[in-house]
Ligand binder design. Structure first.
Ligand code: PEP
Length: 249
């Protein structure tokens, strides 16, 4: 496994602000000790907890990321948070294009490219999520779907350094994960494709990462990190996931 492996914890809307700050106060020292020197952990709590999370976590091994940002730079956009505002408080990473944002907030590939572009301009590393449905995979459309999702970002962010999280929609929150062959096929195609466009892209896998699956999935050569949802709000599960990535398979 790569020494620079990245663990991204997507806390979604699972915890209240009090629970988020309690988690970080209780476990940030343990988390720092757990993450090997060149690896990194990015915790993405809710917007409300970002300033508090930044105050609590001071180690360079643990960064704080946001879960989404506006496709607009500034202005009359009620309820939105801009990339520049996230940068101003010290956010280093931001998830964009998560499938829940695509379906629940109707975000398009174009919106997502605009968000990524604004994040890069603000000095924040975008974590761009892409992935196919079960039906699309069954119809052998995976690469075509991923390519379509990436199309506007390729134009908007060509040459930039960013992270891409391959998250098959059928694996998110379902307990299903790809086989080694499935993930190897998709990730090797994707890594090559991304490397032709972006500068040193980091390819993450996300979807039902659990302590029992983490070691297997992290050992695949093109996987540079994980985007972890449900299991990341459970400190014991997160600890087991990180440990199993560093246990020989
Ligand atoms: C996610 O939603 O980004 C995710 C990977 O969720 P889960 O780990 O719960 O499948």
């Amino acid at each position: 496994m790569k020494p620079t492996f990245a663990f991204v914890a997507n806390w979604k809307m699972y915890l209240s602000p009090n629970e988020e700050s309690e988690f970080l106060s209780n476990y940030s020292t343990d988390l720092i000790a757990l993450i090997p020197d060149q690896a990194s952990l990015v915790i993405c709590p809710s917007y409300l907890s970002l300033p508090e999370a930044l105050k609590i976590t001071t180690s360079p091994k643990v960064s704080i990321g946001a879960q989404a940002c506006s496709a607009y730079g500034s202005g009359a956009h009620t309820g939105d948070i801009s990339a520049a505002a996230l940068a101003q408080i010290g956010i280093s990473h931001c998830i964009v294009g998560h499938s829940e944002r695509r379906t629940q907030h109707h975000e398009t590939n174009q919106n997502i490219a605009e968000q990524a572009q604004l994040l890069l301009k603000a000095g924040i590393c975008p974590i761009v999520c892409i992935g196919e449905t079960e039906q699309e995979r069954a119809q052998s459309q995976t690469n075509a779907i991923l390519e379509k999702q990436l199309e506007p970002i390729k134009l908007a962010c060509k040459g930039a350094h960013l992270w891409v999280a391959y998250e098959p929609i059928w694996a998110i929150g379902t307990g299903k994960t790809p086989t080694n062959t499935e993930l190897e096929q998709t990730s090797s195609w994707l890594k090559k494709h991304l490397s032709d466009i972006f500068s040193d892209p980091q390819l993450l896998y996300g979807g039902s990462i659990s302590p029992s699956e983490a070691g297997r999935l992290s050992s695949l050569s093109n996987i540079d990190g994980f985007l972890i949802g449900r299991a990341s709000v459970d400190f014991q599960a997160l600890k087991k996931i990180v440990r199993s990535c560093y246990t020989p398979q």
